[in-house]
Design a protein around this ligand. Structure first.
Ligand SMILES: [Zn+2]
Length: 267
């Protein structure tokens, strides 16, 4: 029996085959990581992704990424870009990839199409305003999508980037547990989900990056991974994301950054 995830992926592949890229999309297409010119078809790569930010500890995380010559992908929440524009700007300046994670982190499937568009458009605009760059990919809150969300992503020229490895950092808030979980889930071209508002994630990062590098991984932005540089709007990546189980890797609204801090604090 085909799972809904498989059907959705099949639908998205068909859609990708049918739609020719336009000039507008070519101009906005995520660029492969030029700073360290890693070719993920030749070497082992992994992408570390951070959701719900810019988080309170993003500055410290950016220091670690710089020191270790690593590139990350940040799926930003519009409301926190508004409260921490300097962090968002630094992410862009230091060559990290920026994605759209909605403005207020709602369950998009519960909203009508106008509200979905509003959540995504406001975020595109505020990120552009803060960083000079427009996000090139979408990660819907809780990894939840339906055909309407996918169609709107396509309309906004955004591929959808999910993940195939969780860290459960928001649940354990324990450095060793986060370290063990990420290493357990690490694989070639893996997309790991973490949060830069979890202090323990940021604290364990030097050790975690060292362990990944020791295993031969190059830590790159998502668009540098194999198959991710040629994504079309509305495509879903990675192909092995388990759509039915993704939400178990994400915090509930009570566990999220809003519970630990107000959007305005810790600028
Ligand atoms: Zn989130």
């Amino acid at each position: 029996m085909k799972s809904p995830a498989r059907l959705l992926l099949a639908a998205s592949c068909t859609a990708a085959l049918l739609s020719a890229p336009t000039a507008a999309w070519s101009a906005e297409k995520p660029k492969a990581d030029k700073t360290n010119s890693v070719d993920c078809t030749k070497v082992k790569c992994i992408a570390l992704t951070f959701d719900d930010g810019p988080g309170k500890y993003a500055d410290k995380l950016l220091d670690t990424l710089k020191k270790t010559k690593s590139k990350a992908t940040f799926f930003l929440e519009g409301q926190y870009v508004k409260s921490r524009p300097a962090f968002a700007k630094r992410m862009a300046q230091e060559g990290h990839e920026l994605g759209n994670h909605s403005y207020t982190h709602p369950h998009l499937r519960d909203l009508d199409e106008d509200r979905i568009r509003e959540e995504l458009t406001r975020t595109q605009e505020i990120v552009k305003q803060a960083t000079g760059k427009t996000p090139t990919m979408l990660r819907p809150p809780y990894g939840e999508l339906d055909q309407r969300v996918q169609a709107i992503a396509k309309e906004m020229r955004l591929p959808i980037v999910l993940w195939n490895g969780g860290s459960r950092d928001w649940a354990t808030k324990n450095e060793k547990a986060i370290y063990d979980e990420v290493l357990k889930n690490a694989k070639r071209d893996g997309v790991i989900l973490m949060h830069d508002w979890v202090e323990q994630t940021v604290k364990v990062m030097p050790k975690l990056i060292a362990a990944l590098q020791k295993q031969g991984y190059h830590i790159v932005s998502v668009s540098s991974l194999r198959g991710a540089g040629k994504l079309e709007p509305g495509d879903i990546y990675p192909a092995d994301a388990d759509l039915e189980r993704l939400s178990a890797d994400t915090p509930t609204s009570e566990d999220g950054p809003g519970a630990a801090e107000s959007p305005a604090d810790g600028l």
